[in-house]
Ligand binder design. Structure first.
Ligand code: URA
Length: 234
C-alpha cells in the first residue's frame, strides 16, 4: 500500500479486484478484520501498517521498520546506484527493499543515516516547519574565526534556490574544527556555507538528528533498529 491512509473499501477493492458493492456485503457479514477486530465501517481509515484479513486470508501485514546506520564515507545515500555501494546494500533486513532514506548525506560525509518504511515519520522529520536539528562535526582546511559564527547565525543567501538559509549554530571546537547545527537540509549546505569563506570542508560527520545520537558502539557500516521510544521522541 503506497499512500499512508486510505479507506478500507478502496484498499480491498484494489487489492482483490472486487466491486465496492461486494465489499460492503463482506464487511456486513463480518468477513473483514482490521488489526484483529471485525470491521463494521467500509469507510474506516486504514494505513500501510494496518493488519487486514478477508476471511482467513491476510491482505496486508507490513510492520513499521526504523533503522539508524553509521554511514561510511564512499557509500551513496540512495537505494540503488550503478557506480557505488548504497546505504541499503549495507543493511541486512528482510524488508529492506521497502525502506527509504530520511535525508541524504553526501558521498564523502559519514555518520547518522536514518532509514524507514514509514513515510509519515520521515515526512515529519524532514518537514522544514518542524526544524529538527541535524548536528555535524566539521573539519576545515583553514582556521576559523568568530566571523563564521555570525554569518552562520545570520543565514546566507543561496542564489540557486533563491532562499536565505535558516539561522545555523556554529561552535568552534579548535582552530580548524567545529560543530554545526542545521534545521534544514539544502544541497551541500555545509560545504556551500564554508565555501563563502573559501574554506574547504575536509571532513564531515553527522552525529545527531533531533534527540537521536549515533551510537558509539555502532561500527562504521553497521545498523540497528530504533526502539519505540527513540522513534516517538526524535
Ligand atoms: N551539508 C553538506 O554539505 N553535506 C552533507 O552531507 C550534509 C550537509
Amino acid at each position: 500500500m503506497r499512500s499512508n491512509r486510505s479507506r478500507l473499501d478502496r484498499f480491498i477493492s484494489q487489492h482483490q479486484q472486487l466491486p465496492r458493492k461486494q465489499i460492503r456485503l463482506l464487511v456486513a457479514q463480518g468477513a473483514v478484520t482490521v488489526d484483529g477486530v471485525v470491521a463494521r465501517d467500509v469507510a474506516m481509515q486504514i494505513n500501510q501498517f494496518s493488519h487486514i484479513c478477508l476471511h482467513d486470508e491476510v491482505l496486508q501485514a507490513q510492520q513499521p521498520v526504523y533503522l539508524m546506520q553509521h554511514k561510511p564515507v564512499g557509500v551513496v545515500s540512495a537505494t540503488v546506484d550503478d557506480k557505488h555501494q548504497t546505504v541499503l546494500d549495507l543493511i541486512d533486513h528482510q524488508d529492506k527493499q521497502q525502506l527509504h532514506i530520511v535525508g541524504r548525506l553526501d558521498l564523502n560525509t559519514s555518520g547518522l543515516m536514518l532509514l524507514t518504511n514509514d513515510g509519515q515519520w520521515s515526512k515529519r522529520l524532514m518537514a522544514p516547519e518542524h526544524k529538527v536539528a541535524k548536528r555535524y562535526r566539521v573539519t576545515l582546511q583553514n582556521p576559523l574565526n568568530d566571523d563564521y559564527v555570525e554569518a552562520f547565525a545570520q543565514g546566507m543567501y543561496f542564489e540557486y534556490e533563491d532562499i536565505v538559509t535558516q539561522p545555523a549554530q556554529l561552535e568552534i571546537i579548535d582552530t580548524t574544527s567545529a560543530i554545526v547545527t542545521l534545521t534544514e537540509g539544502r544541497y551541500h549546505q555545509i560545504k556551500r556555507m564554508f565555501g563563502r569563506f573559501r574554506n574547504p570542508v575536509i571532513g564531515l560527520h553527522r552525529f545527531a538528528v533531533g534527540n537521536l545520537v549515533l551510537d558509539d558502539s555502532l561500527q562504521v557500516g553497521q545498523s540497528r533498529m530504533l526502539s519505540a521510544d527513540e522513534v516517538s521522541q526524535i
